[in-house]
Design a protein around this ligand. Structure first.
Ligand SMILES: [Mg+2]
Length: 198
């Protein structure tokens, strides 16, 4: 079997994996609320992370949407580069991302194209990613939220990575932890290579 001819299906979350959503959102929030926002709790939920009230959260989201920040969210360059490399190598890449609206999805598509990921498919969900992952049947899935990693496990994705964007936590068996997508992809190929030669 020629390893160079094997094409894998990669599914990849966007925020916290390809894009530094947290940094971009925090900049938007600090401008809107006119104060520094230190991390109060190293958790995923933004209102708890920055100790913001519901009214403050609503203000920041309104500013985020008005400024079309899904377009300008900061890329994680190593993750964007490794994703481009996967596409160049002939693998299939689908970005599976939770977004609040059609407008946000259009901005995200623009953003992916802007960073050279024209050939990455985009699947947007409102909440669960389970049925999207069940349909895609990826060989690899990476997400920064454990909930979605567990959904991938439920639908038998063979290689699941939790990207630790908000601090390290325990993960169950069958899910790997990585700080960034690049090292996770490298390890995926090392494992695939070992399986091919064994
Ligand atoms: Mg995410």
């Amino acid at each position: 079997m020629n390893a160079r001819r094997i094409s894998f299906r990669f599914a990849i979350d966007a925020d916290g994996v390809l894009f530094n959503f947290d940094a971009s959102w925090r900049i938007c929030a600090e401008r809107m609320l006119r104060r520094d926002l230190p991390v109060v709790q190293p958790v995923y939920d933004l209102s708890s992370r920055y100790a913001l009230s519901r009214a403050e959260m609503a203000k920041v989201w309104a500013a985020w949407n008005t400024a079309e920040c899904w377009r300008t969210v900061q890329p994680i360059s190593s993750a964007i580069n490794v994703t481009r490399m996967l596409i160049d190598m002939g693998h299939s890449v689908t970005v599976v991302t939770k977004l609040p609206s059609e407008k946000a999805a259009e901005e995200r598509r623009w953003c992916l194209d802007h960073h050279g990921l024209f050939e990455a498919d985009l699947v947007t969900v409102k909440d669960s990613k389970k049925s999207a992952l069940a349909k895609l049947r990826p060989h690899f899935y990476a997400d920064d939220l454990l909930f979605h990693c567990l959904e991938a496990k439920d639908v038998f994705v063979p290689h699941i990575v939790k990207i630790e964007s908000c601090g390290f936590g325990e993960v169950p068996d069958g899910i790997e932890k990585h700080k960034e997508l690049e090292t996770a992809i490298r390890e995926f190929f090392q494992t695939a290579k070992r399986q091919l030669v064994s």
